[in-house]
Design a protein around this ligand. Structure first.
Ligand code: GLA
Length: 582
């Protein structure tokens, strides 16, 4: 069996100095039929290790319903890494950040348990149970038991959030008691306060940064006087949010930064090697004074793009790595254009909802209170005496379409810091509220969604709310079984509509669905939930992974919240993630 340990200046792999040259792939962001392909390409770039987070909320979306199969088959992912001859690093959180919904924490936990990321007993009970389940998978796959796992990380950038050493100690105890014997690491941004608060003696400190490598390694060295230097997140690109630009980094500059790290003898985990996709409703959000939900693509401008094709950065990194370590001669195939086709969209009928069936309550219910995990909740309330006036909400998370008796009035947007809107008189006020993604960083982690607090009309509280959860995947599944006339399809006025199309493929293929001529909504291919689209940009195409398609007839369903500018669907040869800053 191979051993892996911390030496005075290096990692020791079977007693010999070893430089970890790793890249991140999050299995939960990649179709499982494509895992092997992405891992193989990592080896071809010269990587000797693959790193992944574990997303608790993907494995256990409902309390006690643990799943480690299919998309969640972490064991299989690690076995594929092993079969490719690579090592693995596992970062189970429980908090992972990662631009992932709620930073990986399940909403049943954050909605009911206080003291997140602390030693609060009720939080620790759940976290310990979760970690034991993860380690049941990871422990037998450690390198000293014949598997690929060489390092396990405790928490994630904890020093940017808290300073509860007892919390970190408990995580370590649970980890060791579950049979994890490989070295344990922590990662923090190279800031003194964060490096001090984010770790414990006995844990190996590493850094996260994407530039100024030499300076950052020096800061890290002050906090970690012995052992290997490691950048556990070398940010080679960046993420995008709706309404922003598409972020890229200069290839030559990023490659030079990687070169500086490797030349300094540091170990590295490239974040990301292959970013993948926030399929369905899995995107996170940031809020540092302004709420900014993340787009569906997690391309990250990584060496392997969202569709698994090598980019210019791939070849530049491969050249850099070849200066420091052996790199296989074989090259991955370059991207071929995806099939291009265009089909008309056919009206799929109004959304089937159960609006109005819920029991009225004094205050609007949150998504969390109703255990609702899909994107939308509809709130209806009767207007006293049929009066209009100024509608004021304490907080609306995150975007609300306001209507009176079915007539659209306007929207209330959290990103715009809206709180009020003037409404006309009528019988019933309705607000369709979208959860646009849970915050994944800092202290808004775990916050509830929906209408929060009081809602008043000209200063008087409105009560008698009917709160109706809408499951968009279930709605999509029920759409368009029978043809619907245009008149029937548009009875919802400006409100939600559904559209379908059938298209033929000779063989399974990766596709890029153009969404630029639609407004805002959700798209599905053969029942597979591609994710959100929004003309707010920057992202203008959605990635359809080949395994979600079939040879023959495929079916697209589009749920549109506003208007379709054009009633057609187009698949285009290459992705369009939007304009960059230049
Ligand atoms: C930090 C986190 C990661 C990710 C990156 C930004 O380093 O640890 O999970 O959020 O920032 O992409």
């Amino acid at each position: 069996m191979t051993s892996f340990s911390l030496g005075d200046t290096d990692f020791l792999r079977d007693g010999r100095p070893h430089q970890v040259i790793s890249g991140a792939i999050h299995y939960f962001r990649v179709h499982p039929d494509q895992w092997q392909d992405r891992i193989r390409k990592a080896r071809l770039m010269g990587l000797n290790t693959i790193e992944t987070y574990v997303a608790w909320n993907a494995h256990e979306p409902r309390r006690g319903e643990w799943d480690a199969s299919g998309w969640n088959d972490l064991g299989r992912f690690l076995d594929l890494i092993h079969a490719e001859g690579l090592d693995a690093i596992v970062r189970p959180g429980p908090y992972i950040c990662a631009e992932w919904h709620n930073g990986g924490l399940p909403v049943w936990l954050t909605g009911g348990t206080g003291g997140l990321r602390s030693s609060a007993p009720e939080y620790l009970v759940e976290v310990s149970a979760y970690l034991r389940r993860v380690y049941d998978i990871v422990a037998p796959r450690q390198i000293d038991r014949g598997g690929p796992v060489v390092l396990v990380q405790i928490e994630n950038e904890y020093g940017a959030y808290g300073s509860d050493a007892a919390y970190l100690e408990t995580l370590v105890t649970v980890t060791r008691e579950a049979g994890i014997t490989v070295p344990l690491t922590t990662v923090d941004q190279p800031v003194d306060r964060m490096l001090s608060n984010g770790s414990l003696p006995g844990l190996h400190k590493t850094g996260s940064f994407g530039s100024r490598s030499t300076e950052r390694l020096a800061t890290l060295r002050r906090h970690q006087p012995t052992g290997p230097l490691m950048c556990s997140e070398f940010w080679d690109g960046w993420f995008d949010w709706w309404g922003g630009v598409h972020h890229t980094t200069d290839v030559a500059t990023t490659a030079a930064d990687l070169d500086a790290l490797l030349a300094a003898g540091a170990s590295v985990n490239i974040y990301m090697f292959h970013g993948g996709t926030n399929f369905a409703l899995t995107n996170g959000a940031n809020d540092k004074g302004r709420y900014l939900p993340l787009v569906t693509s997690y391309d990250y401008d990584a060496p392997l793009d969202e569709a698994g094709n090598p980019t210019e950065k791939f070849f530049a990194f491969r050249d850099v790595i070849a200066r420091h370590a052996p790199v296989p001669d074989e090259l991955p195939a370059s991207a071929a254009p995806a099939p291009a086709l265009e089909v008309p969209l056919v009206a799929g009928g109004a959304w089937t909802t159960t609006a109005g069936s819920a029991e009225p309550t004094a205050h609007p219910e949150t998504f969390d209170a109703l255990g609702h995990q899909s994107a939308l909740m509809r709130y209806d309330v009767d207007l006293p005496h049929g009066n209009g006036g100024v509608l004021l909400v304490d907080e609306l998370r995150d975007l609300g379409w306001v209507s009176v008796d079915g007539r659209a009035v306007g929207t209330i947007s959290r990103t715009r810091h809206d709180r009020a809107i003037r409404i006309p008189g009528g019988r019933t006020l309705s607000i369709l509220v979208e959860d646009q993604g849970r915050v994944n960083y800092d202290h808004r982690l775990g916050e509830e969604k929906g209408l929060i607090g009081a809602v008043t009309l000209d200063g008087a509280p409105l009560s008698g709310w009917r709160s109706t959860p809408l499951d968009v995947a279930a709605i999509a599944a029920g759409i368009g079984r029978d043809a619907v006339s245009d008149a029937e399809a548009t009875t919802a006025g400006d409100g939600p509509t559904a559209w379908t199309a059938e298209f033929e493929l000779d063989a399974r293929a990766d596709l890029f669905l153009e969404t630029a001529s639609w407004s805002k909504g959700y798209a599905f291919v053969n029942g597979f939930f591609l994710g959100r689209y929004w003309r707010n940009g920057p992202q203008r195409t959605l990635y359809v992974p080949a395994p979600a398609t079939v040879a023959g007839t495929n079916r697209l369903v589009v749920l549109e919240l506003e208007q379709l500018i054009e009633r057609r669907a187009a698949f285009v040869p290459s992705p369009s993630l939007g304009a960059t800053e230049e």
